[in-house]
Design a protein around this ligand. Structure first.
Ligand SMILES: Nc1ncnc2c1ncn2[C@@H]1O[C@H](COP(=O)(O)OP(=O)(O)OP(=O)(O)O)[C@@H](O)[C@H]1O
Ligand SMILES: [Mg+2]
Length: 323
């Protein structure tokens, strides 16, 4: 299958989205490790205050301040309340803005709840990470080198991930002018820049996640101006046979196995269950392929016990064709 037009590591921001529990964090971590092994300073931004990355690396939680989890791999947990406080404190017209947005008992709840102000400011923090310079400045076009070569955004599950990505446009539609509008526009422009930002969809090769992924891809296309690199099909059961010839020999082998005795027959039964799992997964992958015209990449199911920093490196190796 063809890889995405732009290698993932050529982007500065990769947003990892998908249904709850499909492996967004594992893929984010795997991508970060793969990037670090190519010398890229990488930060994983965990959205909505999530703190799974540190646990995957067997490290202490890093919080909003962030911290290093492995050489060249950092993570930070973007808690909306912290991001909003930081944003307001940095704003020149902090008082005015605060009064306008939060001081107004009619507008305040409206902005926060309906308009997703926390989503917008959290995405603003992502933009800020992209801007960060080694001389401590933050700007889209500074002189000093970037602090981070790659920002991986580990987004919340489907619906919230979508609202996170659509929050800049939503805020622009409602504000039309002013500091929030300008901020929202800069974030929207970052996402819309096909060279700088990209979305990576993650799914499992199962019925519900595939259905949700197809819907999510369509909604993204309708609502958000952002490039989608492709779909990572995570946790795919291994293929039992290395070649077609080996697969062709199986029916005869299975028939003989059943004749030998109960032990061999049980082994044949186990193998056939694995074969069926794989066939089912292939069916779901085929559905993704036919309904979405997007590049697909399979990442195998690993032994869960192995999902530590080394396991993430293995996941990263499977992402190689897209790096
Ligand atoms: N390729 C894989 N092989 C084996 N186990 C995996 C694989 N990918 C993910 N897992 C396991 O599946 C579980 C869910 O993964 P993960 O936490 O990355 O999902 P998520 O999409 O980030 O979930 P959430 O929506 O809750 O943030 C974890 O226990 C993880 O270790
Ligand atoms: Mg997660």
């Amino acid at each position: 299958m063809t890889p995405p037009p732009t290698p993932l590591l050529n982007h500065r921001v990769v947003v990892v989205v998908g249904k709850g529990g499909v492996g967004k964090s594992v893929i984010s971590g795997g991508l970060a490790v793969a990037a670090s092994r190519r010398g890229k300073r990488t930060v994983v931004a965990e959205m909505n205050g999530a703190e799974t990355m540190a646990a995957l690396f067997d490290a202490e939680p890093v919080g909003y301040a962030g911290g290093e989890l492995a050489p060249l791999v950092h993570a930070m947990s973007i808690r909306p309340a912290d991001a909003i406080e930081e944003y307001l404190l940095r704003m020149l017209r902090f008082r005015i803005l605060y009064d306008v947005v939060f001081g107004n008992r009619f507008i305040g709840p409206f902005m926060n709840g309906v308009m997703g102000l926390s989503d917008l400011i959290s995405m603003g923090k992502v933009m800020d990470l992209e801007w960060n310079r080694t001389d401590g400045s933050h700007s889209a076009d500074g002189d000093a080198p970037h602090t981070w070569d790659l920002v991986v955004v580990d987004a919340p599950a489907t619906g919230h991930g979508l609202s996170l990505l659509s929050s800049p446009q939503a805020m622009m539609d409602i504000t039309r002018v002013g500091p929030l509008f300008n901020n929202a526009r800069m974030i929207r422009d970052l996402l819309a820049d096909r060279a700088r930002a990209s979305v990576l969809l993650v799914t499992l090769a199962e019925d519900m996640p595939v259905t949700e992924t197809i819907e999510l891809a369509r909604k993204l296309e309708e609502r958000v101006d952002v490039g989608v690199a492709g779909v990572i099909v995570n946790g795919v059961p291994p293929a039992l046979f290395p070649t077609d010839a080996a697969a062709a020999r199986w029916p005869e082998l299975a028939a003989r196995g059943r004749e030998i005795g109960s032990l061999a027959a049980a082994a044949v039964q186990d193998a056939e269950r694995l074969l069926r799992d794989r066939q089912r997964a292939d069916g779901h992958i085929e559905r993704l392929r036919s309904e979405l015209g997007l590049p697909l990449l399979e990442v195998p199911l690993l032994n869960r016990r192995d999902l530590d920093a080394e396991g993430l490196a293995t996941i990263g190796q499977h992402l190689e064709p897209w790096l």
